[in-house]
Design a protein around this ligand. Sequence first.
Ligand code: 6GU
Length: 362
Amino acid sequence: MKFEVLTLFPEMIGQAVRTSVTGRAVKNGLITVDPVNIRDFSCNRHMRVDDYPYGGGAGMVMEPEPVFRAVAEAKRRAGENTRVIYLTPQAEVLTQTKVEEFAGESALILLCGHYEGIDERVLAETVTDYVSIGDYVLTGGELGALVLIDAVSRFVPGVLGNNESAYFESLQDNLLEYPHYTRPETWHGKKVPEILLSGDHGRVEEWRHGQSLIRTKERRPDLLRKFRRIHTIWYGAPEAGEAAEALTGALSRFGIVENYNRKTLQKRKNSLTGQDLLVLVSGRTGGDDPGAAARFRNLSGARTSFFLFADETAEDDGAAGILQSRGFCLRGADRMNFSFRSDDAVRKAALAIRNELDNMAD
Ligand code: 6GU
């Protein structure tokens, strides 16, 4: 991943990024962070890049031309179609979903403003994304750029010790992390929760999920409204099962995957709530297929959102219509060729779902 950072304070970027996890990533060549000094593109002898605002008022405004030239230089280095992200409090606040979306790019250009801001015309002409890191005002965009670089770098393969952990971080699920403990077993008279010493992995996971819920309810009730328990149901060819497992894993650490080729599941009553999310993955079916109506006769929702992913080679069996008549609301549908299923396709599908969920909650 390549980051081009346009700034008046290049040393601020260089110093911070060469520390800790991002520092190691730079050393190992997994990410590159190249500051571009906007002042180098000044149009006058004094290297001035700002001027008084038209219409009067306090402060200075960064001129359009030096910024335009700096962006052009960054695009020469990173590619003409690279996204240009302007760090500004006048934007939507960065979310984990957005971070993952950015992580899907091979390069990003980060534009940091200073003073009162940048001339609107060059922003309109060059910027593709506006990002804020929170509802407070900073003196410039550099800290925002560093936050974005840090959060995105976690998704670059190899940057974290364990490749998996970027995805299994709590915010993926819109839940806060459960509490963590290490030795000693008793510290200042406080004991580590008994269950963590039990060695029962299943019960530990269940306890952690419960703790995540309690903590989110206490500290971030706004996030809890976005939490959806993922139920993935697949049927047809076994590749659909593989795609279902991969997609569910990319969405949540608490997801449930069920194989609806099995008659026992078709017979069992399965009622999902509005807090659940159904992901349907349908592969190519054989001659003994009972059809969508029979398969889902015991499955019902309560205005439960669902997404449908069908194999390109599978026939449309009307599953979407059946489910809509059984209390489910279709939020998105796509065709994927599961036999050519790539991790990239799964990641994109997961992102599409998360984006839709984030939007639904707002
Ligand atoms: Cl990204 N930039 C600036 N200048 N101020 C901010 C911000 C960014 N996010 C919140 N406040």
